[in-house]
Design a binder for this molecule. Structure first.
Ligand SMILES: [Zn+2]
Length: 113
């Protein structure tokens, strides 16, 4: 389950920020997960619950925002929502499309005290 490794590096970022900015507790974590990122939000929730134990984010609320996959056709310039990397262009049927959004996971914000 690669979500565990992703969460571990996410928590390192959070711990670093806690040291730099001097907060001791995280109340809420907002994550953005692209639908093309191959990250399973449910697995991420599980990894969060397990991974935050004994950390500054223990007991924090996790909010996950899923972003749609968005791609642009290299041939005709059409932009379309896609569910997979190799979905064909809805206008001209060609592949591949250039993915412009929805392939990453990122930390959007932290509520701290
Ligand atoms: Zn096209």
């Amino acid at each position: 389950m690669h979500e565990m490794a992703l969460m571990a590096s996410m928590l390192e970022i959070i711990q670093d920020q806690a040291r730099q900015e001097g907060f001791s507790r995280v109340l809420r974590v907002v994550l953005e997960i692209g639908r093309l990122s191959a990250v399973d939000p449910e697995a991420m929730r599980f990894a969060f619950d397990v991974g935050t134990q004994d950390s500054v984010a223990q007991g924090a609320e996790l909010t996950i925002q899923e972003t749609e996959g968005l791609a642009r056709c290299i041939s005709c310039g059409t932009e379309a929502q896609v569910l997979a990397f190799y979905d064909p262009c809805p206008a001209c049927g060609r592949v591949p499309l250039e993915i412009v959004a929805g392939r990453d996971m990122r930390l959007v914000s932290l509520d701290v005290e």
